[in-house]
Design a protein around this ligand. Structure first.
Ligand SMILES: [Fe+2]
Ligand SMILES: [Fe+2]
Length: 263
């Protein structure tokens, strides 16, 4: 099975990148399932019903979340019928689910959130160690939404014998450590959206925040330089045998920017 994963899709520039590149890429690379992180889809904060439909129509099958999962409250209703996750280590009574099972591809997708610099929830290491063991007949893919590479790396090494692939999201900046160690791993896939500002948002407000200590409302300018980023995993028997990363700048053709190193 060939799975393609897209990280944080940030605002309209991010959606435009998905709408333009994903349908072509899906076909060209024979992708079976597309998973993407939705937490910044609608102007950087959560995902509206309208934008969900647009992203679904562009070819995303399953949506993973993060610290901005519930920024748009309408997501709660959508979660009841649609393949939209929130981090599994949020509290039990939180709306939605942290795992989605695709029986056709024998795939179980998990969404989880780190501890460092994040809202306080259950320990994702403990939660996932328990949860992945329930799905060992499936190919397991995890989006670990976390701030630090150390957390992502440690979680991967804890789980690698029980999963097919784990990719980090949240920092919006891609890392170049794509590797296969029985399972596929990448510390962070990076955003799809603007890349000439501060992690997808206009620099003016970001700089002001660091200069003054006060947050202003973040904004996204559509007239920015844009990037599309995704990682592809070839998966079998809940392990990974090949992986590569795809990039595209603006509306130019995509290219393979990195192949996984096998350990
Ligand atoms: Fe994000
Ligand atoms: Fe985030």
């Amino acid at each position: 099975m060939r799975l393609l994963f897209i990280g944080d899709i940030v605002g309209k520039p991010g959606r435009r990148m998905i709408q333009y590149h994903l349908p072509k890429i899906r076909q060209k690379y024979n992708i079976d399932v597309v998973v993407a992180n939705y937490e910044n889809v609608s102007h950087g904060f959560g995902m509206s019903q309208k934008n969900y439909q647009e992203m679904r129509n562009s070819g995303i099958d399953i949506f993973t979340g993060g610290n901005h999962s519930f920024d748009k409250k309408e997501i709660i209703e959508l979660m009841q019928t649609e393949p939209i996750l929130r981090p599994i280590n949020m509290y039990e009574e939180t709306a939605g689910s942290g795992v989605f099972v695709d029986e056709k591809h024998k795939l179980a997708v998990f969404s989880a959130m780190g501890m460092f610099g994040m809202p306080i929830f259950e320990n994702p290491f403990r939660v996932l160690l328990k949860e992945v063991k329930k799905y060992q007949d499936y190919n397991i893919f995890i989006d670990f939404h976390a701030e630090t590479t150390a957390e992502k790396r440690a979680l991967f090494l804890l789980l690698k014998d029980h999963i097919a692939a784990l990719v980090g999201t949240h920092t919006h900046i891609g890392t170049d450590d794509l590797m296969i160690e029985r399972a596929g791993y990448l510390s962070d896939i990076g955003l799809s959206g603007c890349y000439d500002n501060v992690i997808g948002m206009n620099e003016k407000e970001a700089i002001q925040r660091f200069l003054s200590g006060f947050s202003k409302k973040f904004d996204i300018n559509d007239k920015c330089k844009k990037i599309f980023q995704a990682v592809v995993f070839d998966i079998e028997h809940n392990s990974c045998y090949d992986a590569f990363k795809l990039k595209a700048y603006d509306f130019q053709e995509e290219f393979i920017s990195m192949r996984a190193r096998k350990l």
